[in-house]
Design a protein around this ligand. Structure first.
Ligand code: DGI
Ligand code: FE
Ligand code: FE
Length: 210
C-alpha cells in the first residue's frame, strides 16, 4: 500500500518539477499518441481550473499528467498489477478491470516515481469513479478529464460553461452524464460513483436551481 510506503519514507520532499518531467516522458513512451495528447489536454484544463478554484498548481500538473499512466494495460495486466501492489479488488472491479487503472497508476507513481503526496495519489486513484467528500484536487482532475478540449459528447458544452462558475454543479452534471452512459450500456455501476454523486447532492448542489 502506498499509505505504508508514505509512512516508511516520511515526508521526503521531492522536486515535483523533475517528477513531472519523468512522468511526462514515461507517458509519451507508454501511452498511444491519442492518450498522450488526452493527458496533455487534461493538464491544460486542470491548470485552468486550478487557477479558478485555488489548488496547488504543481500538484495539479503532476496529478493531471499521471492520471492515465496505467491506461494502456490490458484487463489481465491491471489485475496482476493490482495484486502486485496488494490493492483490494472488489467484485465490480474484477468484472470491469479498467476501473483499476487509477489505483494502479497511483501505486506506480509512488513505487517508481517517488510520489508520496496523498493529495496527488488520491486524485489519481479516484479520477474514474470519484468518491464521497472529494478534495479540491480530486474534483479538478475528475472534471478536467471529462471536459478537456478533445471530449465530444452531448452536454459537454454545458458542463464546460458551468465549470467556470460552480465546480460542484459541473461535477453533478458530469457524473449524471457518465451514469446515463453506463445505464444505457447496461454496465455495472461502482458504489464509489454513486457515493460521489450523493455526497455532492447532499452538500446542496442542485443544478436545476441555478
Ligand atoms: O481514462 P479515461 O477514458 O480518460 O476516463 P475515465 O478514467 O473517467 O474512464 C472512463 C470510463 O470509466 C468510461 O468508459 C466510464 C467508466 N466508468 C466510470 N464510472 C464507472 C465506469 N464504468 C463502470 N463499469 N462503472 C462505473 O461506476
Ligand atoms: Fe482514466
Ligand atoms: Fe483520462
Amino acid at each position: 500500500m502506498w499509505k505504508d510506503i508514505f509512512i516508511k519514507r516520511g515526508c521526503l520532499k521531492l522536486n515535483l518539477t523533475k517528477v513531472y518531467e519523468n512522468l511526462r516522458n514515461e507517458i509519451s513512451l507508454k501511452l498511444s499518441e491519442k492518450r498522450f495528447h488526452h493527458s496533455l489536454n487534461v493538464e491544460i484544463e486542470a491548470i485552468e481550473l486550478s487557477k479558478l478554484y485555488g489548488s496547488d498548481e504543481e500538484k495539479t500538473k503532476v496529478a493531471a499528467i499521471a492520471h492515465d499512466l496505467a491506461k494502456a494495460f490490458s484487463d489481465d495486466e491491471l489485475i496482476k498489477m493490482a495484486q502486485k501492489y496488494s490493492i483490494k479488488i472488489d467484485e465490480i472491479q474484477y468484472n470491469f478491470p479498467q476501473l483499476l487503472h487509477g489505483s494502479v497508476a497511483a501505486h506506480i507513481c509512488s513505487d517508481r516515481f517517488g510520489i508520496s503526496d496523498l493529495d496527488i495519489l488520491n486524485a489519481i486513484t479516484y479520477h474514474t469513479t470519484g468518491r464521497k467528500n472529494m478534495s479540491l484536487l480530486d474534483k479538478i482532475i475528475y472534471l478536467a478529464d471529462v471536459i478537456e478540449t478533445g471530449r465530444y459528447f452531448p452536454g459537454v458544452e454545458e458542463i464546460r460553461k458551468i465549470a467556470l462558475k460552480d465546480i460542484d454543479n459541473a461535477l453533478i452534471l458530469a457524473c449524471n452524464s457518465t451514469l446515463i452512459y453506463l445505464t444505457k450500456e447496461n454496465y455495472l455501476i461502482h458504489p464509489l460513483t454513486i457515493e460521489f454523486r450523493n455526497s455532492l447532492l447532499l452538500k446542496g448542489g442542485n443544478i436545476y436551481e441555478k
